[in-house]
Design a protein around this ligand. Structure first.
Ligand code: ADP
Ligand code: 5GP
Length: 187
């Protein structure tokens, strides 16, 4: 089931990963993004089945127990998982698949797919900038913000452990770096 290409994007929450992925998807329609399952509440503007499959904890656990996930993890107090069915069918068709995962999911992918999974870490210019982006987005409660920042410090220690690292300081420059990496992977 590994004929296609697997691109994983990993970044601490608030870095700008969703912003960059949105641009990538519009410029590279041949890259399909896997829609994860999550137990967190939808943010304003997020659509079920588009940004995530939003499910209850019971449904998530039932899927997990029925081996419905390729990987799953508890991140910032909620469950997130990659559905197996979509990945298996699309990879066998030779598609380019994009995954937005935390470090735990990324590590699971690397041990499962090894060199077939190309991982791009997106780093913020600093933890201070990350904090101001997260606050500016206005989506997090005080507790969620605290958890995300605490986790970000741990995740940032992993920034040089993967195949590529792009720093999202200036958005245009970061997008151009990311595009260069993607072009290299798609070749
Ligand atoms: P993530 O998906 O990594 O959690 P988002 O894409 O939601 O992050 O970005 C977090 C916030 O930072 C959003 O309000 C977004 O508009 C903003 N943002 C993203 N990239 C940049 C950048 N390079 N410079 C300034 N603000 C940015
Ligand atoms: P958010 O709540 O900000 O959308 O995502 C929180 C974190 O969960 C991000 O680091 C994101 O990459 C990660 N995430 C999203 N989907 C999955 C998934 O299917 N598996 C894993 N392991 N992490 C995910």
């Amino acid at each position: 089931m590994t004929e296609g290409k697997i691109i994983v994007i990993v970044a601490p929450s608030g870095t700008g990963k969703s912003t960059l992925i949105k641009r990538l998807k519009s410029e590279y329609p041949q890259i399909l993004e896997s829609v994860s399952y999550t137990t967190r509440d939808a943010r304003e503007g997020e659509e079920d089945g588009v940004h995530y499959n939003f499910v209850s904890v019971e449904k998530f656990i039932d899927m997990r127990d029925k081996s419905g996930f390729l990987e799953w993890a508890e991140v910032h107090g909620n469950y997130y998982g990659t559905g197996k069915a979509f990945v298996q069918s699309r990879l066998s068709e030779g598609s380019y698949l994009l995954f937005d995962l935390d470090v735990q999911g990324t590590d699971s992918f690397k041990s499962f797919f090894e060199e077939k999974a190309k991982v791009i870490f997106i780093a913020p210019p600093s933890v201070e900038v990350l904090e101001s982006r997260l606050k500016g987005r206005g989506t997090e409660t005080q507790e969620s913000l605290r958890l995300r920042l605490e986790n970000a410090k741990m995740e940032l220690k992993r920034k040089d452990d993967y195949d590529f690292c792009v720093v999202n300081d200036d958005l245009e420059r970061a997008y151009s770096d990311l595009k260069n990496v993607i072009e290299g992977i798609l070749k």
